[in-house]
Each structure stands twice: as C-alpha cells, then as structure tokens.
Design a binder for this molecule. Structure first.
Ligand code: GDG
Length: 509
C-alpha cells in the first residue's frame, strides 16, 4: 500500500486532540492518517528569527509528525496576511474585509516554496501526497518544480467562491493555474465544484473532457468530498466521565430552562453577531420565554493577530452585554457568552445537554459542529439542530431546521419551532441526520479522496512531466508557455496572455 503524506499549514498532533486549538482541520487531520502509513507535515506553530528548514520529527499515537518552524516575517505575511486577511475573507464572501498587499503575496509564495523544498526530499516514489487548504494552494506547483511526479491531491476545507467574487482577487488566474499541477482537487460540496468549474470554463478558457477539467495545458479531476466526523471517536468521547460531568453541570445550571448552545471559533464567517440578533429577536417576540431559556455561546478566540477578529470580538461581547442588559434580572441572565476553549469531551457533554444546537454561519465549507451536535444527542430525547443554509453541512443535513442567518426573524421562528417540536418529530429528524453522520464519517471522506487520487493520476506520466501545448478556446487568457517543471512563463505582446484583461504576469504578490 502507498504511504499517505498529509500536508497542512498547522499540524496538531493526535495527543492534543482532546484539548487542542479549536479548528476543523485539526480534528480531521489526525483521523485521516490513523490506519495509514506515512506522515503529517506542516508548520510547528513556532516562529524563529530566520528560517532554518530544520525538521522536527516525532511519533504521536502512531502518526509520524514532521514540522518546521517559520520565520516571523512568514507568519505575518503568509499566515496573518495572504491566507487570513486575503483568501479567508474572500472565500467566505467578505470582499469588504479582503486586504491584499504585495508583501502578503510574496510571503505566501515564499512559504509554499519553503514547504516544497523541505518536503520534496522526504517523498518516496510510491507516495500519495494530500495537501490541505487555502494556505497551501501553490504547494503542488512548487513540488512539481522540485521534480516530484507523484500523485498530488488538494482538498479545500473552505468554500470556493462564485466567479464574480473570486475575480476580485488580484492575480486570481495565477492561483487557479497553480491548481492545475494537482491530479485531483476536492471541495466540500457540489456547489463549490460548480463554482470552480464555472471559473475554469468562463475565465480561464478551459474545457471539460469527461470527468476532467482542462486548462493551462493541463488537466485535473475536480469533485466534492464532504468531510465527516471521526464518529466512533466522538461517540466514545461523549461517554467519557468529562462529558458526563459537563452535561450534568449544564443541566443543573439550566434546570427548568431549555438550553440553546452555539460553539464556534470567534470568526466573522460563523455569523455570531447575526445569531445574537436572532436570539434578541426571539426574546422580543416571546417575552414569556425569557426565564425559560438559556443560550450558551462558546466562542474561543481565533487569529487574534488579524484586525477584523479583534473588531468582531468587541462586537460580539457588546451585543451579548446588550441582550443581558435588556433581559437579565438579579437572579437570571438569558445568555452566556464564553470566550474560552473547552475540551472536546466537555463539548460533547454540553451538546448533549442542549435542546437546540444553533449553527448559523454566514458561509462555511462544511461545519463540523453541526455534525458533532447531532452525534452527541441522547437517542431517546434528542435536541434539534438549527442550521444555516450557507453551511456546506446543510446540503447533507436536510432534516435540520434550515435558516437564513441574515434574517433575525427566521432565526427567532426556528428557535420557537424547535422548542415546541414534539418528541416523535425530534427523533425522526435526528435519526435521519445521525445515519448520515455515521455513514459519511471522516474515514469515508479519506478513503473516497485517496481512491479518487489514485484513479485521477492513472494517466501517462508524460502528461504530467512534459505538458502538451495548451488546448484553449481562442479567447482564453492564458500562459503562452509552460516549462517542463510546471512553472508558467509569460510572454507579453498583442493578443498574448499577458495582455489579456484580468491577467497580470507577476508572481503571486
Ligand atoms: C474548517 C472549515 C470545515 C470549537 N470550539 C472548541 C473546539 N471547537 C472545534 C469544534 C469543531 C472545530 O473546532 C470547528 O470545526 P468547523 O468545521 O465548525 O469550522 P472551522 O474551524 O472553520 O474548519 C469548515 C472544517 O474546516 C473541516 O473541513 O467544516 O467549514 O471552515 O470540531 O468542535 N474544540 C475544542 N474546544 C473549543 O472550545 N477542543
């Protein structure tokens, strides 16, 4: 069996799964590698004054983890900059928050090159390479430049935006051109695949050949691979003493009250201010319920180095304060907003105690909290999931109460309907969703992706190594020449790619 090499920005070792930093990829990464030989490569989370390229290797819970440190400028330009101040907001439809700066793009290119230079010598001929998420989009191209001809797949955990938004990114075409060095590109939903395909066909002058998309003189396979939970692991966590204790504690605190819970990294994509406005609206519409509900919002801080996150934190805390100021009494507050991290076992217990799981992102690749909430429920008395239509999870979890998070009245009505829902209906909806959570778990996701990567790369090696002349539609703005290592070289002149609108022949940055 081939080794699997998983590459992501951050590597969270399995031993810290229970109380690790909050984040979906951290949860999925180690689950993807258990049962496979291979290793997980990425950033250690530490910075140094200058880049050393030294690899720290350790074995954690049978997963070999290899990490490198980044230099401080890399962290600012690549991580806080291009990845989290440009790509993250844009891919979550927040062009108003998208900040691009030449140094960010340069840092992004530099770190991807450094990852490739350090990783390439570790790759053996039979290995499959699986790269994760928006931090590392050009890594496949950089590995090809290092001479790596192995199958390389890429999975995007966040949404792929509609072309109308994506084209607002300076040098957007260069980013997509780099993706054509992958054999397989995976997205969370069919909607994201369609948005990517629309871009390739309409903006890059590419075409569909059966199951493959061709552009930039190359072809790849693009498909949807909805991520799931490590369901057995999460169910076991839910039976742990820590989970039991957290559940009892919540129930005791909410005695005679119905609990509503939200668990989200403090991120503007998660729709926290909009959710609080929905809860406020619910209290206004149903003042008789003020003493009968308790809304607990767990919101650990995230990416505090990025300004938009500091602003969001202040907004959320102010709104929470406003709601309690209006509705609390000396012995009662309708909501609690907790800006800290809990262990995953505690989260499982908290989910179980809650009658409603409130998951209302404005835009989300998948959203694992929705699945965790369902997995944690008591089958005899399950709670109700209220889920945003803009979470990838809404495509699968159609038995949730699906809402538009921008409409406070819809949130308020859904809360009302969920609290009034009879047991039989709660059980029916929960069973349907739980079937999906069990069936489409993280192993199904991993195995489907790996099988598709193996299949996608079953083509003549020559196609990867010495690309044929690009097969483009005439109006295609495209690179004029592609060198044998996969680097795009541009020649300007009338009618050439470099003179096409929207195409800037500069390095990313
Ligand atoms: C990205 C995509 C996609 C939250 N608070 C705590 C905590 N968490 C855990 C949750 C969950 C994870 O973090 C969050 O996962 P999500 O999927 O909800 O969101 P992102 O972090 O934005 O993840 C997303 C995901 O990648 C996977 O592909 O679904 O769309 O944006 O597991 O439980 N964990 C702990 N303490 C907390 O306080 N330990």
């Amino acid at each position: 069996m081939s080794r699997l090499i998983v590459v992501s920005n951050r590597v969270t070792a399995p031993e810290s799964r229970t109380r690790g930093p909050a984040g979906g990829l951290a949860v999925a990464g180690s689950a993807a590698l258990r049962e496979y030989s291979g290793f997980w490569f990425g950033w250690s989370g530490r910075t140094t004054e200058t880049f050393t390229g030294e690899i720290e290797r350790r074995l954690a819970d049978d997963v070999t983890v290899m990490t490198i440190d980044l230099e401080e400028a890399d962290f600012q330009e690549y991580y806080n900059g291009y990845a989290n101040a440009a790509l993250w907001p844009l891919f979550h439809y927040r062009i108003d928050l998208t900040a691009d700066d030449r140094s960010y793009g340069e840092g992004y290119e530099r770190v991807n090159r450094r990852f490739a230079e350090t990783l390439a010598p570790l790759i053996q001929p039979d290995d499959l390479v699986w790269i994760h998420d928006y931090h590392l989009i050009p890594l496949g191209r950089e590995l090809r430049r290092q001479g790596v001809t192995n199958p390389i797949g890429f999975f995007l955990h966040i949404p792929w935006p509609a072309p109308q938004l994506f084209t607002t990114l300076p040098r957007h075409q260069q980013l997509v051109a780099a993706m054509f060095d992958y054999d397989l590109v995976g997205f969370q939903t069919a909607e994201c695949v369609a948005a990517f395909e629309a871009y390739v066909l309409d903006e890059a002058g590419g075409r569909r050949d059966g199951a493959r998309l061709s552009a930039f003189g190359r072809s790849l396979r693009a498909d949807a691979f909805p991520i799931g939970l490590d369901t057995p692991d999460f169910l076991a966590l839910g039976r742990s003493p820590d989970a039991e204790r957290a559940c009892d504690r919540m129930r005791a605190h909410g005695v005679f009250r119905q609990l509503i819970v939200g668990v989200d990294r403090l991120d503007y994509s998660k729709g926290l201010p909009e959710r609080l406005l929905g809860f406020e609206r619910y209290l206004q519409d149903h003042p008789e319920m003020v003493r009968k509900v308790l809304y607990l919002q767990i919101a650990p801080s995230s990416r505090e180095g990025v300004e938009a996150y500091q602003t969001l934190r202040a907004n959320v805390l102010a709104l929470g304060g406003r709601i309690n100021a209006a509705w609390a009494e000396m012995d009662h507050a309708p909501m609690l907003c907790v800006n800290r991290n809990y262990s995953r076992a505690e989260l499982a217990g908290i989910y179980r105690a809650a009658r409603i799981g409130l998951v209302t992102p404005l835009r989300d690749g998948m959203n694992l909290v929705a699945k965790e909430y369902v997995a944690a429920q008591d089958p005899a008395d399950p709670g109700v999931l209220v889920l945003s239509r803009f979470a990838g999870a809404a495509r699968q979890m159609t038995d949730a109460l699906i809402v538009n998070p921008y409409a406070p009245e819809e949130l308020a009505d859904a809360l009302h309907a969920a609290l009034a829902m009879p047991l039989a209906e709660r059980v029916r909806r929960w069973e349907a969703m739980m079937d999906g959570v069990v069936r489409d778990d993280v192993r199904t996701w991993r195995d489907r992706f790996v099988a598709a990567l193996e299949a996608a790369s079953e083509r003549p090696v020559s196609e990867r190594q010495t690309p044929a002349a690009p097969r483009f539609a005439a109006r295609s703005p495209r690179p004029d020449a592609i060198d044998s290592a996969g680097a795009y070289e541009l020649r300007s002149g009338p009618g050439s790619a470099a003179s096409a609108p929207g195409w800037r022949p500069t390095a990313l940055g």
